[in-house]
Write a protein that binds this ligand. Structure first.
Ligand SMILES: NC(=O)c1ccc[n+]([C@@H]2O[C@H](COP(=O)([O-])OP(=O)(O)OC[C@H]3O[C@@H](n4cnc5c(N)ncnc54)[C@H](O)[C@@H]3O)[C@@H](O)[C@H]2O)c1
Length: 351
């Protein structure tokens, strides 16, 4: 796949919304290594530290700081860039924050999707569009099977639900405006819970583990029994990249795709914290507090048979490797070391 990807993305113009975030910065770095030209549109990096700043990404791409809710500015930016491909990642992506700011979450995640699809509709250069949603778009039945792409979309909390709405908006635009042969291929990508170096978000298990370990404190885990499909960020990005490439070449492949880990990497939050402690060392421990916060699903898995069969995609790094790679990054001391670490992981992954 690397060879195909390297050839395919070389000199392609890629527009990424949400490029200043965790996944967006990794996506920029992978695409830079594949020889692509990148235009990013997002808010200023919102964490301190921030991977975007650590990677000095601003120097290597055309970074536009703008709000996805500002339709005119977004349309202007896309029309000026004339990209070949768009990846839409900009979002308010945190479940717990969505309980604090539900309206902002819907404005960003739903109207943000409408706005980028409007930009797509008005820009003829684009041939491939991928809307990044989430594993949480499905109506959660708390069962042990993985959800398939044809199952009911109805997330419970404002974040999950806003992403279900983003799926529906994309579906309508695809039917209404993008069904002819010579218009862009439009897909949605639903990935699992992503881990990897440089995620500094609040209320996510691995960043919480790293913060605790670096402060020499015990890790406190909410909801230690909840099971999630954990995957390394490169596994999920390889899915997005392959989808954007394959549908660029064959529009018939456009649709909705799950990109999650194999079953053995769908583990409980407690098991993940245990694994993190083993890999990190230094005698760190975890303890559980029970979930005192708002509702979060207990059991969530994705069935990725479609991506495997249609796109020939498969996850490459299991949960242990994903945690090892994340800890390797966390233990780098300087930004130079971190950049080298990420470049090394990208090279190893795509070799
Ligand atoms: N990290 C995960 O585990 C995970 C899992 C499944 C799906 N996702 C999805 O992947 C995408 C990226 O997530 P992430 O983990 O990198 O999150 P992140 O918080 O690190 O990045 C979010 C990005 O969106 C941008 N953004 C937020 N509001 C904006 C606005 N109003 N206008 C313009 N840009 C705005 C931010 O500036 C940032 O660049 C999101 O769509 C998220 O829902 C993430």
């Amino acid at each position: 796949m690397v060879k195909i990807m390297r050839d395919f993305y070389k000199n392609k113009k890629i527009f990424i919304t949400g490029h200043t975030g965790f996944k967006g910065t990794w996506l920029c770095q992978v695409l830079l290594s594949a020889g692509a030209e990148i235009i990013g549109y997002a808010l200023e990096p919102h964490t301190t530290p921030s991977l975007f700043v650590q990677m000095r990404m601003e120097k290597n791409i055309h970074s536009i700081i703008g709000d996805i809710r500002d339709r005119d500015a977004l349309i202007k930016a896309v029309q000026k860039a004339k990209p070949d491909i768009i990846f839409h990642l900009a979002a308010q992506p945190l479940v717990r924050h969505s309980y604090l700011e539900p309206a902002l979450t819907y404005e960003t995640n739903v109207m943000g999707t409408v706005n980028i699809l409007e930009a797509l509709r008005l820009t003829s250069s684009v041939k491939s569009f991928v809307n990044v949603t989430t594993d949480k778009v499905y109506e959660n039945k708390e069962w042990h099977w993985g959800y398939r792409e044809n199952e009911n979309l109805c997330g419970y909390d404002p974040y999950s639900n806003s992403k279900s709405c983003s799926e529906l908006v994309t579906h309508s635009y695809r039917n209404s405006f993008f069904s002819d042969k010579d218009v862009p291929a439009v897909s949605t990508a639903r990935s699992g819970n992503v881990i990897g170096g440089g995620d500094y978000s609040d209320d996510r298990i691995i960043p919480d583990c790293i913060r605790a370990a670096q402060a020499g404190k015990d890790i406190i885990v909410r909801n230690s029994c909840s099971v999630r499909p954990y995957q390394h960020v490169l596994d999920c990005l390889s899915g997005y990249l392959l989808l954007a490439e394959k549908q660029f070449i064959d529009k018939e492949l456009a649709g909705n795709y799950n990109f999650g880990p194999d079953d053995e990497s769908c583990i409980s939050t407690g098991a993940l914290a245990e694994l993190f402690c083993d890999v990190y060392g230094n005698g760190i421990c975890w303890t559980t507090q029970g979930n005192k916060g708002p509702h979060e699903a207990n059991f969530l898995k994705l069935d990725c048979s479609k991506a495997k069969a249609v796109l020939d995609w498969k996850p490459k790094w299991d949960i242990k490797t994903a945690v090892e790679k994340t800890v390797e990054f966390a233990k780098c001391k300087t930004d130079e070391e971190k950049l080298k670490c990420i470049d090394g992981q990208i090279k190893e992954y795509f070799q």
